[in-house]
Design a protein around this ligand. Structure first.
Ligand SMILES: Nc1ncnc2c1ncn2[C@@H]1O[C@H](COP(=O)(O)OP(=O)(O)OP(=O)(O)O)[C@@H](O)[C@H]1O
Length: 854
């Protein structure tokens, strides 16, 4: 906050010039220039609110009127009422949504090349008219536009506020001093409710002396971007609508068609851009996209962090944001697999294993049972194996099919590629055929009609028998994805299905991991299990069931999936959830942190967007998936032949240069030759280091977290290796909600005012791509970073771990799949004591870091 206030107070050079001119005319001093500008914007905001209130009155009148119409009760009147209630509800909902921080921008423009106005009342030209600037570099402001979260027109259709997504608002984001177009001054207005609190200006044409209504245009503040970046962070992400940068705006407004790829390093705004793009697409084509956009996020934590952004942009309930482990209804992943297992489960090789399992699971091991006289002869066995003999009585004769017959029929049916559950009717038919030929009745009639009649009464006879029905249920049971996954936990069976696909070690590890889900398959699932379940769902197919008739919603009839209204019993969120549950495919799919998706996850996500357009954002340098080539192939299969458009984001808005520079050392190890994004600001606060022994780790981390909580207004994140997650949460117990402990894989996409990264070596050893995971951990802080090392980190005298020293040695050997992490190569644990303390005897690592820097 302090930074923001400071920025508001700062009046830059150009403003100074304006002030001087003001003073020369004997008018206001510096403060009053700013106050006067705030008053100018306040006046405009008051007008906007008056107009909004009029519109709310109109909407309420419509609602009342609609209710009256409803009392008439004729079908025509009811439909009319629904339509009115709907329109009014939408209107009210939007107006209420938009009231907070409603107006945030303004641009002052030169005269344009042509005089045409667009539908929002603004002039359409982008470039200034030839005579807009006089030879003496003076110019007049010809048009002023205010930008807000939705558009508002005055009673005479003049634009009071332009929707940020409208074409006329684009120059607010795109204009730069290099390519200013018509924009002379861009202003960000900071307001709360009805009160304007401050303004921040960027001058796009500093060479001009521009006048508005005869006075020189004043310029206030340091620029909105810096003010926004300096703000304290909370546990939820904020929208960036007031300070979207030109390269980001290009992505947000890119046409929806085809596949839009966005790459950029940590903090370049990829997630923010993805969310704003969803809002933009809704604005562009609401009919197509309302309720039809899916955002896939890597973790539930990132979903929780980002889900407030769209409502703040006025788009409540229109977009489904789901963690990749929550994409399958009814299957919520809560567990993480160890890296070697994740690598198996995510690999495209699993496709073949699952195909085999989905067919093989029909056959259950165990004591064979006979279905006899309408009963299963189970003996003491609770889970019988697959029956190996079918006996029925038909036309007064006992008929039997033996194991060989049954096997032949099964193989015949499974010869096709159709989903297993959908093959059951065919299996049933072939069983009946075999019994029929066994019955000897086949040749009894030459007359086709009679033969057909006889056959049909034979079928009725057989299928009416409990023995047959029970047999079929046991011999071709309806398979569920969780049931098959549970079957794969049996190492012997898995061994058969994975023969020549996985090696014995992989089979053992995979079976062991699947046993966690329990024999009934109801135990906790991992993120990677969910993609397997989704694949199995496709391989098994859902047997046809009579469809439950859905009650027709009159609003759906009126408007399809259009905007939602708050007055109805179902809330917007519930409706969005319902739409998401009913939906299996989306019109636009946005994948955040796409570099982490495994091949199997790409298949799962791909199925949700078979006819969709796509936005895919990611950073290869942050990938926690070790086989990028394999993932890219499967991704390309999922995206099909749609044309690709690529964008690169190049500026790091999150980390100060001091932190970015440290992280770049790890990037150089993890991805040699890859460029770091340029940090946009510097704070002068260098990262701090401490080396501690195991015994002291908890205390030192806790103490450091406490110290950082005092230094920053917002949040503190403590990032540890995955196996320390729970332990770390205990270290921080009682420190309050502003501080959280995170496993390194959970830190993806999140940010904190300050972070403590505990043992870089442990984090790096955590997986085959540990250096990239460490790079993620080091790039989460917006202000301060402390690195605490143990003996395994091989800290130097200043406490700087080996991996973070400028002369970091060769990158550690990548861990083999399932092999031991290469930690032995990097030293022993320290003897247990921290090697240095501050002169005052406290354990504040600040001192060491300062010493180190000196
Ligand atoms: N134009 C902007 N104006 C203000 N803040 C911005 C802007 N662009 C990005 N930011 C801020 O920078 C931070 C990083 O943005 P974001 O999380 O979207 O980056 P990212 O590229 O997804 O990072 P990562 O890859 O590390 O997850 C956020 O706090 C975001 O609000």
């Amino acid at each position: 906050m302090a930074a923001q206030e400071a920025a508001v107070d700062a009046v830059d050079q150009s403003a100074g010039d304006a002030v001087q001119e003001d003073s020369a005319r004997g008018s206001a001093p510096e403060d009053s220039v700013r106050d006067r500008e705030i008053a100018v914007e306040q006046e405009h905001l008051d007008r906007v609110y008056r107009r909004l209130e009029e519109k709310i009155d109109e909407a309420e009148f419509l609602m009342k009127d609609a209710a009256k119409l409803g009392q008439v009760g004729t079908p025509g009147a009811l439909a009319e009422r629904d339509a009115q209630v709907f329109r009014a509800g939408v209107h009210l909902s939007r107006l209420n949504n938009e009231f907070e921080d409603f107006l945030f921008g303004r641009i002052d423009l030169l005269l344009g090349k042509d005089g045409e106005r667009g539908p929002d009342g603004a002039f359409t030209s982008v470039e200034p008219a030839d005579d807009a600037v006089r030879p003496d570099s003076t110019a007049d402001i010809a048009e002023t536009l205010h930008i807000g979260r939705i558009g508002v027109l005055d009673t005479d259709y003049a634009p009071l506020v332009i929707d940020w997504r409208a074409p006329a608002a684009a120059p607010f984001y795109r204009s730069t001093p290099v390519a200013p177009g018509r924009v002379v001054r861009r202003r960000v207005i900071r307001s709360k409710g009805r009160r304007v609190l401050g303004v921040e200006d960027d001058l796009m044409r500093p060479e001009l002396t521009a006048r508005l209504d005869g006075s020189v245009l004043p310029v206030i503040g340091d620029g909105a971007l810096m003010a926004a970046l300096g703000q304290a962070r909370s546990h939820t992400m904020r929208d960036i609508v007031a300070s979207i940068q030109a390269e980001q705006d290009m992505v947000i407004r890119a046409p929806a068609a085809s596949v839009t790829y966005v790459e950029g390093g940590p903090g370049t705004g990829k997630t923010a851009v993805a969310l704003h793009r969803a809002a933009y697409l809704l604005y562009q084509d609401r009919r197509r996209y309302a309720g039809g956009i899916l955002i896939v996020s890597p973790t539930p934590l990132l979903v929780a962090y980002t889900e407030g952004v769209l409502p703040s942009l006025g788009e409540e309930g229109q977009v489904a944001i789901r963690a990749v482990g929550h994409l399958v209804d009814g299957a919520e992943a809560t567990a993480y697999d160890e890296p070697a297992v994740a690598r198996i489960k995510g690999s495209a090789r699993m496709l073949k294993v699952l195909r085999n399992a989905s067919r093989g699971a029909l056959e259950r091991p165990g004591p064979t049972v006979t279905v006899l006289d309408g009963q299963l002869a189970l003996g003491d066995e609770e889970t019988p194996g697959t029956p190996e003999r079918l006996r029925v009585v038909a036309f007064g004769r006992r008929l039997e099919l033996e194991a060989d017959d049954l096997r032949r029929i099964r193989n015949n049916v499974l010869g096709g590629t159709a989903p297993v559950n959908l093959l059951r009717p065919r299996a049933r038919r072939l069983l009946l055929d075999a019994l029929w030929s066994r019955s000897g009745a086949a040749g009894r009639h030459t007359d086709q009609e009679l033969a057909a009649e006889l056959r049909s009464s034979f079928d009725e006879d057989v299928t009416g028998e409990d023995s047959f029905r029970l047999f079929l249920d046991e011999w071709w049971p309806e398979l569920t994805p969780r049931g098959v996954l549970a079957a794969m936990a049996d190492e012997r069976r898995l061994g058969r299905w994975a023969r020549r696909i996985l090696n014995p070690g992989e089979i053992r590890r995979l079976a062991r991991s699947l046993r966690r889900a329990g024999e009934d398959g109801r135990g906790p699932l991992s993120v990677h299990d969910v993609a397997l379940l989704d694949e199995l769902q496709t391989l098994l197919g859902a047997p046809a069931r009579p469809k439950k008739k859905r009650e027709l919603d009159p609003l759906d009839q009126l408007t399809g999936l259009e905007e939602l209204m708050p007055q109805r019993e179902e809330t917007q969120r519930e409706r969005a959830e319902r739409l998401a549950a009913e939906r299996t495919e989306y019109a636009h799919v946005i994948v955040d942190e796409a570099q982490d998706l495994t091949p199997m996850q790409w298949r799962m996500v791909g199925r949700r967007g078979r006819h969709a357009t796509w936005t895919i954002v990611g950073d290869p340098a942050q990938s926690s998936w070790p086989e990028p080539q394999e993932a890219a192939e499967i991704r390309d299969e999922a995206l099909g032949t749609r044309p690709r458009r690529r964008f690169q984001l190049t500026v790091n808005y999150r980390n100060p240069a001091e932190i970015a520079e440290l992280a770049a050392r790890v990037l150089a190890l993890a991805m040699p030759g890859m460029e770091s994004p340029a940090a946009v600001r510097s704070t002068g606060i260098v990262p701090r280091f401490a080396a501690v022994g195991d015994a002291e780790l908890a205390d030192v981390v806790r103490e450091e977290a406490r110290r950082l909580l005092e230094r920053v207004d917002g949040t503190v994140g403590v990032v540890v290796a995955m196996h320390r997650r729970e332990e770390a949460a205990r270290w921080l117990a009682g420190l309050g909600e502003r501080v959280v402990a995170l496993g390194s894989l959970e830190a993806k996409g999140l940010e904190y005012d300050a972070t403590v990264v505990v043992s870089p070596a442990e984090i790096a050893d955590n997986s085959a791509v540990g250096l990239r995971v460490l790079y993620v951990a080091l790039t989460r802080a917006t202000q301060e970073l402390t690195v605490i090392s143990g003996g395994r980190d091989e800290p130097d005298a200043e406490g700087v771990p080996r991996l973070l020293r400028p002369d970091a040695a060769e990158p550690p050997r990548e861990q083999e799949a399932g092999g031991q992490p290469p930690r032995q190569a990097r030293g022993r644990r320290s003897g247990g004591r921290r090697r240095e303390r501050s002169p005052s005897g406290d354990r504040n690592p600040q001192t060491r870091s300062e010493q180190a820097r000196e």
